[in-house]
Design a binder for this molecule. Sequence first.
Ligand code: SF4
Length: 437
Amino acid sequence: MTLLEERAAASVARTIAGITNGAVEGETCAPELAEGPWAFDLGMPGYGPGASQDDVLPAGSPAQGELPERYRTASPEEISSMIAAAKATLGSRVAVMGHFYQRDEVVQYADFVGDSFQLARAARELPDAEAIVFCGVHFMAETADILTQPDQAVILPNLAAGCSMADMADIDSVEACWAELEARFGTEPDESGRVPVIPVTYMNSSAALKAFCGEHGGIVCTSSNAATVLEWAFERGQRVLFFPDQHLGRNTAKAMGVPLSAMPLWNPAGVRGGLTDEQLDDSRVILWNGFCSVHKRFSVAQIEAARASHPGVRVIVHPECPMDVVDAADGYGSTDYIVKAIAAAPAGSAFAIGTEINLVQRLAAEYPQHEIFCLDSMVCPCSTMYRIHPSYVAWVLEELVAGRTVNQISVSERVAEGAKVALERMLAARPDTTMAA
Ligand code: SF4
């Protein structure tokens, strides 16, 4: 067994299968996770089983058609042979990208593994690749398409792999909010040259929102550089409109000294966001009412339980977690921060991690010298990341071998242009990967 195969053997999918058939002790938030994701592709509204199963999927979201039968019924070994043969035939004409939150059964075929922006940048460095098979979610494939050449095709193996957080801020609602803010604050800069509002979007957003930021003097941020980006924005604006993740915005701005009273929450379903004139006038960061259903699951009670059962454990959480969880943790930061903290620890350390279970379980397998476990004992992966399965990867690769490109994600030239402006502003800002409590 190769190292990658060994990791896949300890995978979340195996754990879920074991829990479902009674062979493994534990709980999963949805026994349906044990089924092939194609069971949810046809006629089942929603994000599918997992952390986002109760979120409302917006009307008109991309849907996946029926996966051909041979891929639905093939054994894992047959799928593995199909993928290996297709990759060998295509050679450097194709690159497979695997996000950290993908199941190990997919990650084992990835040429590159990383977070969304690392993968998009890696794709940009591969001019020979005619196709980038992006095993992640929709907004990530869009970003890769924006950053790669027009003749490179970015493919999302399952079109139903969206992101419930990204979907919580749509372009129409953000434009409506912007119109309200302009009506309140005007557009003229103050005496120090700062405009009334700078829009900041998290990487986890649609290309249309990145373009909106590019066209309105705004910028994109990641969970690694959010503080640097907010500093950039405060130099140029009196206040920030931050979307879609309220928690990343709140945790970052709070660490920078912005009082909670200056961070009102904009509810797009309410009249003028549900905010008063006073709240708007006093604001420094207007937070959009969006969240990640994976990271929202973590709680202070889980941290207390981890500390009680593992004295001396180091608790590290992602900044998409709610503020009380971040405050109670020993450290917080991006995926990259979490990986580096574990890699740098002396052997025999114990970590309770508050982020997506596929990454946590992979880290536990990769660093057997430590004890690493997920803060949430319930096995509940990201619904949409989990919609990608090796069977879809085999299908899109074999289609490429046959000269057909399926499930291509294309961002229009106009949107890509605006989004690139916002992304380039981010790249020009100094990267900051040391955000820790
Ligand atoms: S983990 Fe959260 S932010 Fe990431 S894709 Fe899943 S729902 Fe979206």
